[in-house]
Each structure stands twice: as structure tokens, then as C-alpha cells.
Ligand binder design. Structure first.
Ligand code: FAD
Ligand code: SF4
Length: 332
């Protein structure tokens, strides 16, 4: 780990000012929340900030009802507290299930809503400075294309990067159509969860819509859809403490035997938490049956581009989608 300056912020304005006013380049300043991603990567010399600003003293640790009937999760709410919150379990079960499927109880006690949104890929070459990686060192090349890529993405890939976004929480937030609330040197703004993460394209080091100096203050969940059912299914190499090979978050509402509303997001297969718009389109207004679920799954994976070792993910993801939809509608 390299030496860095450390400071603590007591207000959001102070955090933004500390970030923007740092004597080093803005990109060399990092906020630290739970530290479960950042500190690991600093020990590996993958992240080498010159300044670390501790934001744990900020008043962003509340779960509050919004006037619109939704729920606001402060950026510093711990993953365990969100997953076990009574209203989250009742109205946003897919988020609770997704968070509880990730990491370990100890990690979930530390990890925060904001930090989870910004967790970095688990691509092994990104985490090992001995290998070329465009995400870590722009322009250095991609060791995963043609290397070990069994865990990596098949949707949204580019010739510069095929890394997956590893989060479970973020998949549920996309299916729930949450918004990410941000504050920075230019004021406050909100970004839909589906637009918060960026495709790698030719700039895989740019991962989110966050601009230098901006801080995530909260995540807002919209008013729950009355009568909808939700489900999160995660498929992985072992039953616990493992990242997804493929996951599916479903929010679905049936009316008169037909699908009135459906939102589907995929994890483990995309370079960002993946909204399966084509699948939603196939299902809306149709019967909730196995044949239609399979048609939707085919549509979701139509544009998948496998690398040398991860072609199995395409069929796995289709089965994951079908099973998640089946489980959600069995409850309906
Ligand atoms: C062994 C292990 C297994 C794991 N398994 C899973 C899994 O199965 N599923 C899963 O989803 N996750 C998994 N995780 C990842 C874990 O969920 C993340 O490490 C955690 O959510 C990050 O949150 P944090 O608060 O600790 O972030 P930090 O490490 O504090 O920060 C992460 C990044 O976010 C930035 N940041 C933090 N808060 C803010 C904010 N409010 N505004 C702006 N920037 C901010 C930091 O600067 C840093 O760049 C695993 C982690 C480990 C170590
Ligand atoms: S897939 Fe992305 S993160 Fe992995 S080595 Fe290639 S550029 Fe780096």
C-alpha cells in the first residue's frame, strides 16, 4: 500500500470540498465508506489514491419514507441494515434477497449502499498489477480476452474490456427502477440506476456517471407497485460467499392472467447491471407461462457475445431468467 493523506468529513459539503479541493488531482482522491472494496484494492496497489476522505461521519445512514410513497436509503446505510429493514423486506423484497445473497454477514455489516454501487470488477487481471488491463491502466490491453474469462461478461462487452459488474444489490436496484442521488461541486442531481453504470466501450476505466468530486448521498426507491411480486435468483459455483455466474431480479404484476408490468435485470453476465428490456417487451400483455418465459429469455440473450471460456453463461442466463420468472409468478 502506498502512503496517502487521510481526512474526515463531517458534512456532505465538507466531503465535496475535501475532494474537489485536494492538492492532488481529483482522480487521486477517494472517499472511504465501509472500506471493503477500497482498502483491498489499495493493498493490491490497484487503487493508489493520494488522499482518502472518510465519509462515515456524514448523516447519510437513515432509511426514510419519501413523500411520494417510496423509500430513501442513505448512502451510508449498511447492506445488512437495508436487507433486514421491515419495509424493504415487505415492499422491495428483491433488494433484500439480492443483498443477502452477496458476500458474508461480516462484509454486509460494513458494506454501504453507496460503496456497493461503486464496487469494482472481480476480473482477476484487474486485481493483479502484473497483467495488462485497460480498466486499471488505460491503453495497456486486456488480458482477459484470450485469457481466463470464465467468470466474465457476455452482454455489453467491447474489444477493450469484458469485465462484469459484480454487484447483486445493483441488479435489484435496476429492476426496481431506483434513482441514485448525487451531490457535487455543481450541485445536486439524480440518475436512474439503469443509467448510472456505463458500458466499457473504448474507455473501460470510466465506470459510472459520477463526475470527479461527486458523492452519492442516497438511493431512492419509487413507490412499490401494488400487487407486484419480486424475486432474486443467483446462480454461482458454491451456495454462499461467491459472486454470481448469472443472476436475475424480477418485479412482476399479473392482471387477469396476463402480465401487466414486468421489470427484469441480470447480474453476472453484463458489463453493467443489465436491464433486459427485450425480455420485458416480449412478456408484457402475455400469459405467464413457460413458453413465454423461454421466448423472453432468448430475447434477453440474443446479443450475447461469448469469449473463449464463458459461452456456457448464455444458456445458464436463459435458464436463470426462466426460473426467476417461474418462481415469482408461482407466488403471484
Ligand atoms: C470477499 C468478498 C466477497 C464479496 N462478495 C460479494 C457478492 O457476492 N456480491 C456483491 O454484490 N458484493 C460482494 N462483495 C463486495 C461488497 O459488496 C463491496 O465490497 C461493498 O458493497 C462495498 O461497500 P463499501 O461501503 O465497503 O465500499 P468502500 O470500499 O468504502 O468504497 C468502494 C468505492 O466506492 C466509493 N464510495 C463509497 N461510498 C461512496 C459515496 N457515498 N459516494 C461516492 N463514492 C463512494 C469509494 O471511494 C470506493 O471507490 C464482496 C466483497 C468481498 C471483499
Ligand atoms: S476484462 Fe476489463 S478488467 Fe479484465 S483485464 Fe480486460 S480490461 Fe481489465
Amino acid at each position: 500500500m502506498e502512503a496517502f493523506k487521510f481526512s474526515r468529513a463531517a458534512t456532505v459539503d465538507q466531503a465535496v470540498a475535501a475532494h474537489a479541493g485536494a492538492t492532488t488531482a481529483i482522480a487521486e482522491t477517494r472517499f472511504v465508506a465501509g472500506g471493503t472494496t477500497l482498502i483491498d484494492l489499495m493493498k493490491l496497489s490497484v487503487e493508489r489514491p493520494k488522499v482518502v476522505v472518510d465519509i462515515n461521519g456524514l448523516p447519510l445512514d437513515k432509511v426514510e419514507a419519501t413523500p411520494e410513497g417510496g423509500l430513501r436509503l442513505g448512502a451510508l446505510t449498511r447492506n445488512a441494515d437495508v436487507a433486514n429493514h421491515d419495509v424493504v423486506k415487505r415492499d422491495y423484497a428483491v433488494l433484500s434477497e439480492a443483498i443477502l445473497s452477496g458476500a458474508s454477514p461480516q462484509l454486509r455489516n460494513m458494506a454501504t449502499t453507496g460503496g456497493n454501487l461503486l464496487q469494482r470488477t472481480r476480473c482477476p487481471y484487474f486485481r493483479d498489477t502484473a497483467h495488462a488491463c485497460n480498466k486499471r491502466e488505460p491503453g495497456s490491453g486486456c488480458s482477459a480476452i484470450g485469457g481466463h474469462n470464465r467468470m466474465l461478461a457476455v452482454l455489453g462487452v467491447s474489444s477493450d474490456c469484458i469485465a462484469t459488474n459484480p454487484s447483486d444489490q445493483n441488479v435489484a436496484l435496476v429492476a426496481l427502477e431506483a434513482t441514485i442521488d448525487i451531490q457535487g461541486p455543481s450541485g445536486k442531481r439524480s440518475v436512474p440506476a439503469g443509467q448510472f453504470h456505463l458500458l466499457p466501450g473504448t474507455t473501460p476505466h470510466r465506470e459510472t456517471a459520477l463526475q470527479p468530486g461527486e458523492i452519492i448521498t442516497s438511493v431512492t426507491l419509487p413507490k412499490p407497485i401494488a400487487g407486484s411480486k419480486q424475486f432474486y435468483l443467483k446462480l454461482r459455483d458454491r451456495a454462499a460467499y461467491e459472486f454470481a455466474l448469472s443472476s436475475t431480479a424480477v418485479v412482476i404484476k399479473l392482471s387477469g392472467g396476463k402480465i401487466e408490468h414486468v421489470r427484469i435485470a441480470l447480474g453476472g453476465v453484463g458489463t453493467k447491471p443489465w436491464r433486459a428490456l427485450e425480455a420485458e417487451h416480449e412478456l408484457t400483455g402475455k400469459s405467464a407461462d413457460a413458453a413465454n418465459f423461454r421466448i423472453a429469455a432468448e430475447a434477453a440473450m440474443r446479443d450475447a457475445k461469448p469469449a473463449s471460456e464463458n459461452g456456457y453463461k448464455i444458456e445458464l442466463a436463459k435458464r436463470c431468467i426462466v426460473r426467476a420468472l417461474t418462481n415469482a409468478t408461482v407466488q403471484a
